[in-house]
Design a protein around this ligand. Structure first.
Ligand code: NI
Length: 181
Protein backbone atom coordinates (compact mmCIF):
# COMPACT_ATOMS: atom_id res chain seq x y z
CA UNK A 1 0.00 0.00 0.00
CA UNK A 2 1.15 3.49 -0.77
CA UNK A 3 0.27 6.94 0.39
CA UNK A 4 -0.77 8.75 -2.79
CA UNK A 5 -0.59 12.46 -3.63
CA UNK A 6 -3.97 14.13 -3.15
CA UNK A 7 -5.36 15.96 -6.18
CA UNK A 8 -6.10 19.62 -5.59
CA UNK A 9 -9.12 21.72 -6.67
CA UNK A 10 -8.65 22.62 -10.34
CA UNK A 11 -7.47 19.12 -11.28
CA UNK A 12 -9.83 17.85 -14.02
CA UNK A 13 -10.14 14.38 -12.45
CA UNK A 14 -12.18 15.97 -9.64
CA UNK A 15 -14.83 17.05 -12.17
CA UNK A 16 -15.35 13.70 -13.90
CA UNK A 17 -18.22 11.34 -13.26
CA UNK A 18 -16.40 8.31 -11.89
CA UNK A 19 -16.95 4.87 -13.43
CA UNK A 20 -18.75 2.12 -11.51
CA UNK A 21 -16.54 -0.70 -10.29
CA UNK A 22 -17.29 -3.93 -12.14
CA UNK A 23 -14.23 -6.02 -11.23
CA UNK A 24 -13.63 -6.72 -7.55
CA UNK A 25 -10.05 -7.90 -7.80
CA UNK A 26 -6.72 -7.47 -6.03
CA UNK A 27 -6.12 -4.15 -7.78
CA UNK A 28 -9.35 -2.79 -6.34
CA UNK A 29 -8.34 -3.93 -2.86
CA UNK A 30 -4.99 -2.17 -3.32
CA UNK A 31 -6.91 0.97 -4.26
CA UNK A 32 -8.99 0.69 -1.06
CA UNK A 33 -5.79 0.24 0.98
CA UNK A 34 -4.13 3.22 -0.69
CA UNK A 35 -7.21 5.38 -0.09
CA UNK A 36 -7.36 4.30 3.55
CA UNK A 37 -3.67 4.98 4.18
CA UNK A 38 -3.72 8.31 2.32
CA UNK A 39 -6.84 9.39 4.25
CA UNK A 40 -5.30 8.43 7.61
CA UNK A 41 -2.02 10.14 6.75
CA UNK A 42 -3.67 13.41 5.67
CA UNK A 43 -5.58 13.09 8.08
CA UNK A 44 -9.12 13.34 6.76
CA UNK A 45 -12.64 12.09 7.53
CA UNK A 46 -13.02 10.68 4.04
CA UNK A 47 -11.32 10.26 0.69
CA UNK A 48 -12.75 9.44 -2.72
CA UNK A 49 -10.79 7.62 -5.43
CA UNK A 50 -10.84 10.62 -7.84
CA UNK A 51 -8.91 12.54 -5.17
CA UNK A 52 -5.95 10.26 -5.80
CA UNK A 53 -6.47 10.39 -9.55
CA UNK A 54 -8.54 7.24 -10.00
CA UNK A 55 -11.95 7.84 -11.56
CA UNK A 56 -13.78 4.92 -9.97
CA UNK A 57 -16.80 4.93 -7.63
CA UNK A 58 -14.94 4.12 -4.41
CA UNK A 59 -14.47 6.05 -1.20
CA UNK A 60 -13.17 5.51 2.32
CA UNK A 61 -14.27 7.16 5.57
CA UNK A 62 -12.89 7.59 9.06
CA UNK A 63 -15.53 9.05 11.33
CA UNK A 64 -15.64 8.81 15.11
CA UNK A 65 -13.05 6.04 15.17
CA UNK A 66 -14.70 3.89 12.52
CA UNK A 67 -12.84 3.27 9.27
CA UNK A 68 -14.69 1.87 6.29
CA UNK A 69 -15.12 1.97 2.57
CA UNK A 70 -17.97 1.84 0.10
CA UNK A 71 -18.01 0.98 -3.59
CA UNK A 72 -20.70 2.02 -6.11
CA UNK A 73 -22.70 3.82 -3.39
CA UNK A 74 -26.38 4.63 -3.76
CA UNK A 75 -27.74 6.99 -1.13
CA UNK A 76 -31.11 7.37 0.53
CA UNK A 77 -31.27 10.71 2.35
CA UNK A 78 -33.49 11.93 5.17
CA UNK A 79 -35.62 15.02 4.57
CA UNK A 80 -34.31 16.46 7.81
CA UNK A 81 -31.23 18.59 7.22
CA UNK A 82 -28.10 19.59 9.12
CA UNK A 83 -25.90 22.64 8.70
CA UNK A 84 -22.30 22.65 9.81
CA UNK A 85 -18.66 23.07 8.86
CA UNK A 86 -17.32 21.06 5.96
CA UNK A 87 -13.88 20.83 4.40
CA UNK A 88 -12.13 18.81 1.74
CA UNK A 89 -8.59 17.46 1.39
CA UNK A 90 -8.64 18.79 -2.18
CA UNK A 91 -9.18 22.32 -0.83
CA UNK A 92 -6.59 22.37 1.96
CA UNK A 93 -7.30 24.66 4.88
CA UNK A 94 -10.75 25.85 3.77
CA UNK A 95 -13.92 25.22 5.78
CA UNK A 96 -17.43 26.44 5.02
CA UNK A 97 -20.82 25.67 6.48
CA UNK A 98 -22.73 23.38 4.15
CA UNK A 99 -26.32 22.14 4.35
CA UNK A 100 -26.65 18.37 4.07
CA UNK A 101 -29.25 15.73 4.84
CA UNK A 102 -29.14 14.83 8.52
CA UNK A 103 -29.11 11.10 7.89
CA UNK A 104 -28.23 8.69 5.15
CA UNK A 105 -28.63 5.03 4.30
CA UNK A 106 -25.92 4.12 1.81
CA UNK A 107 -26.03 0.87 -0.13
CA UNK A 108 -23.08 -0.43 -2.08
CA UNK A 109 -20.38 -3.07 -2.00
CA UNK A 110 -17.27 -3.88 -0.05
CA UNK A 111 -13.90 -4.60 -1.65
CA UNK A 112 -14.85 -8.26 -2.15
CA UNK A 113 -18.06 -7.40 -4.00
CA UNK A 114 -20.39 -8.27 -1.12
CA UNK A 115 -23.42 -5.97 -0.81
CA UNK A 116 -23.16 -3.75 2.28
CA UNK A 117 -25.17 -0.97 3.85
CA UNK A 118 -23.80 1.93 5.88
CA UNK A 119 -26.19 4.03 7.94
CA UNK A 120 -25.29 7.24 9.65
CA UNK A 121 -26.39 10.62 10.89
CA UNK A 122 -24.57 13.91 11.47
CA UNK A 123 -20.81 13.60 10.74
CA UNK A 124 -20.94 10.18 9.10
CA UNK A 125 -23.94 11.21 6.98
CA UNK A 126 -22.15 14.42 5.98
CA UNK A 127 -19.02 12.49 5.06
CA UNK A 128 -20.87 9.90 2.97
CA UNK A 129 -22.71 12.65 1.06
CA UNK A 130 -19.49 14.62 0.52
CA UNK A 131 -17.55 11.59 -0.76
CA UNK A 132 -20.38 10.38 -2.98
CA UNK A 133 -20.51 13.88 -4.48
CA UNK A 134 -16.83 13.48 -5.44
CA UNK A 135 -17.83 10.43 -7.52
CA UNK A 136 -20.16 12.67 -9.50
CA UNK A 137 -17.60 15.43 -10.01
CA UNK A 138 -19.27 17.60 -7.38
CA UNK A 139 -17.19 19.53 -4.85
CA UNK A 140 -18.81 20.76 -1.65
CA UNK A 141 -18.44 24.44 -2.52
CA UNK A 142 -20.88 23.76 -5.40
CA UNK A 143 -23.53 23.23 -2.72
CA UNK A 144 -23.01 26.52 -0.89
CA UNK A 145 -25.36 29.44 -1.32
CA UNK A 146 -24.32 32.20 -3.71
CA UNK A 147 -22.62 34.42 -1.15
CA UNK A 148 -20.75 31.59 0.53
CA UNK A 149 -19.64 30.20 -2.82
CA UNK A 150 -18.24 33.59 -3.81
CA UNK A 151 -16.36 33.71 -0.51
CA UNK A 152 -15.06 30.18 -1.13
CA UNK A 153 -13.86 31.00 -4.65
CA UNK A 154 -12.14 34.11 -3.33
CA UNK A 155 -10.43 32.06 -0.60
CA UNK A 156 -9.33 29.55 -3.26
CA UNK A 157 -7.83 32.28 -5.43
CA UNK A 158 -5.95 33.60 -2.43
CA UNK A 159 -4.73 30.18 -1.32
CA UNK A 160 -1.12 29.11 -1.69
CA UNK A 161 -2.09 25.97 -3.59
CA UNK A 162 -4.33 27.65 -6.18
CA UNK A 163 -3.19 26.82 -9.71
CA UNK A 164 -1.04 23.87 -8.64
CA UNK A 165 -2.79 21.21 -10.69
CA UNK A 166 -1.65 17.86 -11.93
CA UNK A 167 -3.66 17.20 -15.11
CA UNK A 168 -2.95 13.48 -15.47
CA UNK A 169 -6.21 11.51 -15.29
CA UNK A 170 -6.14 7.78 -14.72
CA UNK A 171 -9.53 6.41 -15.68
CA UNK A 172 -8.99 3.22 -13.75
CA UNK A 173 -6.31 0.99 -12.31
CA UNK A 174 -8.03 -1.94 -13.98
CA UNK A 175 -6.66 -3.22 -17.24
CA UNK A 176 -10.24 -4.12 -18.20
CA UNK A 177 -11.11 -0.44 -18.12
CA UNK A 178 -8.39 0.48 -20.58
CA UNK A 179 -10.91 0.65 -23.41
CA UNK A 180 -13.10 3.14 -21.54
CA UNK A 181 -10.52 5.86 -22.06
NI1 NI B 1 -13.61 16.19 -0.40
Amino acid sequence: MTIQPIRIFGDPVLRLTAQPVTVFDKELRTLVKDLTETMKDAPGAGLAAPQIGVSLRVFTYHVEGVIGHLINPVLDLTEEEQDGPEGCLSLPGLTFDCVRAHGVVAKGFNEYGDPIQVEGTQKLARCIQHETDHLDGVIFIDRLDREQRKAALRAIRESEWSGETAPQVKVSPHSTFGGAR
